[in-house]
Design a protein around this ligand. Structure first.
Ligand code: SF4
Length: 260
């Protein structure tokens, strides 16, 4: 598998932080976003994604370079997933990646199925290293199940119109990503870095909440961009499936992790 390392992301949402694009082959075959809202499948990101050419060993060298900037935030897999083909996680490579991260603040998200084996390695990395793996959820129910596993922080895709924080009926607290929220609220008012972020335009560079492992809330990402409608329709069908109302007339993909 191949990768691309970008020293300074020019992405408005990420801000000025290093970022890695991971090979398409690392995505699980049943990712619910595949063909239905994945941001890597169109636009400029897709061009980067098609052109990943750097070996894993070379990427590790780049990441080791980051560690000298203690507390430097960076993102693994702007597109793609954890090391390992499809649904599997390459444990050796993931440990090497977390070791290369060292004291830097690497973070990522995964849609890999949470099999017992995958849960174990994700828990190990989240509890023993400074690298953060967020579990990506695709419905409130999915988010509740993943949060209950207690192996990592959880993020959730929400409809494009959901721009305010909310509590689900179950009590699950969803805070909208401050870079996307209508009126971002201070999440950790006591954290000077985050306080500063709210004075300027908010990006991952100034926010960094996705690296925090000890969140008692789920981060919500409103659907956006040119795939917004597709994602909204898919989320609406998930909701209809849960409450028993008729589905929208569109084929839905089946989430392969058994938790949706
Ligand atoms: S919550 Fe913060 S760190 Fe996470 S994606 Fe949004 S801006 Fe970036």
């Amino acid at each position: 598998m191949f990768y691309t390392y970008i020293q300074s992301s020019k992405n408005k949402k990420l801000g000025n932080i290093p970022a890695v694009y991971a090979d398409r082959a690392s995505c699980p075959p049943f990712c619910p976003l595949k063909g239905r809202g994945c941001y890597g499948e169109s636009g400029p990101v897709s061009i980067h994604w098609r052109n990943v050419k750097t070996s894993f060993e070379a990427i590790l060298r780049q990441i080791r370079g980051i560690r000298f900037k203690v507390n430097k935030l960076w993102r693994w897999a702007v597109v793609g997933d954890l090391p390992g083909v499809g649904s599997t996680i390459d444990k050796t490579q993931l440990r090497e990646l977390a070791k290369a991260n060292d004291t830097a603040k690497g973070f990522t998200y995964t849609h890999k199925p949470l099999t017992e084996e995958n849960r174990k390695i994700i828990n190990e990395i989240n509890s023993e290293t400074n690298f953060t793996i967020n579990l990506s959820a695709d419905s409130l129910k999915d988010a509740e199940i993943k949060k209950a596993l207690n192996i990592g922080p959880v993020v959730l895709t929400v409809p494009s119109t959901q721009l305010e924080d909310f509590h689900a009926k179950s009590g699950l607290h969803v805070k909208i990503c401050p870079a996307a929220a209508k009126s971002p609220k201070l999440v950790w008012p006591e954290d000077p870095v985050i306080r500063l972020a709210y004075k300027d335009s908010i990006s991952c560079e100034t926010c960094g909440i996705c690296h925090k492992k000890n969140r008692d809330f789920v981060i919500g990402f409103p659907a956006h961009g040119n795939k917004k409608r597709l994602i909204d329709e898919r989320l609406e069908n998930r909701k209809r499936h849960t409450d028993g109302s008729p589905r929208l007339p569109l084929p839905d993909l089946v989430c392969g992790n058994g938790a949706c």
